[in-house]
Each structure stands twice: as structure tokens, then as C-alpha cells.
Design a protein around this ligand. Structure first.
Ligand code: PGA
Length: 252
């Protein structure tokens, strides 16, 4: 059985004190959520404090990115995965579409980040997803399978259980226009088939695939009712403890 995972991506929002405030407000609201893993991803500057303040709770912490470089060195502005581990993060998001779109990240970068994350003991949440133009040109599956295969080059079978895929159609992110549960399910099932072709059936049936893109308290249950949707990566609606808690505490 795949345990669902609901992750909140706080993007470039919140100072340290605001992050702590939201994290502490969330803690009691999701304390009984045993049906899923709960993860929040604050900005780098808030990570250590949030990790410290959440110690002993059922909320785990993700970073939103990591360096392609595994070891420390002369890489101005970068943060290595082992440094994220060092402050208490257990997950890292890699290849988010905002990084691909606005910071020119390629599948090769994403692949290096995935390797850096795994080597440093983090679980990688690797994002894939097509733009509206690509969907309208009937290229959605080609784009998604290319990102999936390109991002996961060179992984060993042992690495695969520390990989989570997030399908986030770019046209649904921050737009209020979510994919329908059926559209999402179709792509999730496709991702699982592509993964099975590369890595075998049993790894594919264990793979958790999250949906992301305008997930809200009122659409989470419909998404989670789909067989291949194993959780959500939530942006806007994760910034408030109450709305994120409602998503975490969804009931199918
Ligand atoms: P959204 O963002 O929920 O605000 O659409 C999702 C994401 O970018 O991870």
C-alpha cells in the first residue's frame, strides 16, 4: 500500500517568524493525520528554525531545491543537499516548473539534483508537467515522459523507493484551474506505466505520484479518490495552516 503524502510548497513566501507561526498553527490541526504523511517546504532561511520547532511532531520538512553539487565548494549561492539534511530536512523538491521555466533548469540539472539528494539521504520529490501549449499540441505525454526519464537517469533499484514524482501541469499551477480528477488520473497512470517500463512493475506499483496545481480543500477528495493519485503538492492553499490542514484531513 502506498501511503499518501500531502506536501505544502511555500515557495518564496514567509519570513522566519511567519514560517514558525504557520508551522506551529498547523501542528495541532494535523496531529491526528495518520492516513498520510504531512510535509511542508519553507524557504531556505526558515528551514532550520521550522525543523527545530517541529521536532517530535508528525510534520516533516522539505527544501524547495538543492544544488547539483554534492560536496561543499566554491559555488556561490548554492545550498548542498547534505546541508539541508544537516538542518533537519528529510525531503527536497526538485525540478519544480517554476525552476524549469524561470531559472532554465533542464532535465540534466534535475537529474544531478536527484542524485545529490539521494546521496545525501534526502527523499526527492521530482516534479514533471506540461505547459498549456504543449497540452494543446497533444504533446503532454511526450513532455512528461521525457522529464520523467531524463530526471531519473542512472538510478539504482535501491534508489527508487526514495523517489516521489509530482505531476504538476503548468497550466494548473497558481491559476485556479485544476486538472479534473480524470485528467490527472490519466497522466498519473501513464507516468506509472512509463516508470514500470524502465524500472519494473513492482517499483512502479510502489511509486508515489502526487498531483499539484490549484489543489484546494474542495477538490482534494475527488483527486484522492483516483487510483493512481497518491497525494498532493499544494502551493497557494498551503500558506494558511487552516486550509492546508483541511487538505491534509481530506476524506474520500
Ligand atoms: P498551486 O501551486 O497549488 O498554488 O497551484 C502548486 C505548486 O506549484 O507546487
Amino acid at each position: 500500500m502506498r501511503k499518501p503524502l500531502i506536501a505544502g510548497n511555500w515557495k518564496m513566501y514567509k519570513t522566519v517568524s511567519e514560517s514558525v507561526e504557520t508551522a506551529l498553527a498547523l501542528k495541532p490541526l494535523v496531529a491526528n493525520a495518520n492516513h498520510c504523511e504531512v510535509v511542508i517546504a519553507p524557504v531556505f532561511t526558515s528551514l532550520k528554525t521550522v525543523c527545530d520547532r517541529l521536532e517530535g511532531s508528525n510534520i516533516k520538512v522539505a527544501a524547495q531545491d538543492c544544488s547539483t553539487e554534492v560536496k561543499e565548494g566554491a559555488h556561490t549561492g548554492e545550498v548542498a543537499a547534505f546541508m539541508l539534511r544537516d538542518v533537519g530536512a528529510t525531503y527536497v523538491i526538485v525540478g519544480h516548473s517554476e525552476r524549469r521555466q524561470f531559472y532554465a533548469e533542464t532535465d540534466a540539472h534535475v537529474n544531478k539534483k536527484v542524485h545529490a539528494a539521494l546521496q545525501s539521504g534526502l527523499i526527492a520529490i521530482m516534479c514533471v508537467g506540461e505547459t498549456l501549449d504543449q497540452r494543446e499540441a497533444n504533446l503532454a505525454q511526450d513532455v512528461v515522459s521525457g522529464q520523467l526519464i531524463g530526471g531519473l537517469v542512472g538510478l539504482t533499484p535501491a534508489d527508487l523507493d526514495r523517489i516521489i514524482v509530482a505531476y504538476e501541469p503548468v497550466w494548473a499551477i497558481g491559476t485556479g484551474r485544476t486538472a479534473t480528477p480524470e485528467q490527472a488520473q490519466e497522466m498519473h497512470a501513464f507516468i506509472r506505466r512509463v516508470f514500470a517500463d524502465r524500472h519494473g512493475k513492482s517499483a512502479a506499483s510502489a511509486l508515489r505520484i502526487l498531483y499539484g496545481g490549484s489543489v484546494k480543500p474542495d477538490n482534494i477528495a475527488g483527486l484522492m479518490a483516483q487510483g493512481d493519485i497518491d497525494g498532493a503538492l499544494v502551493g497557494g492553499a498551503s500558506l494558511q495552516a487552516e486550509s492546508f490542514a483541511q487538505i491534509v484531513n481530506y476524506r474520500v
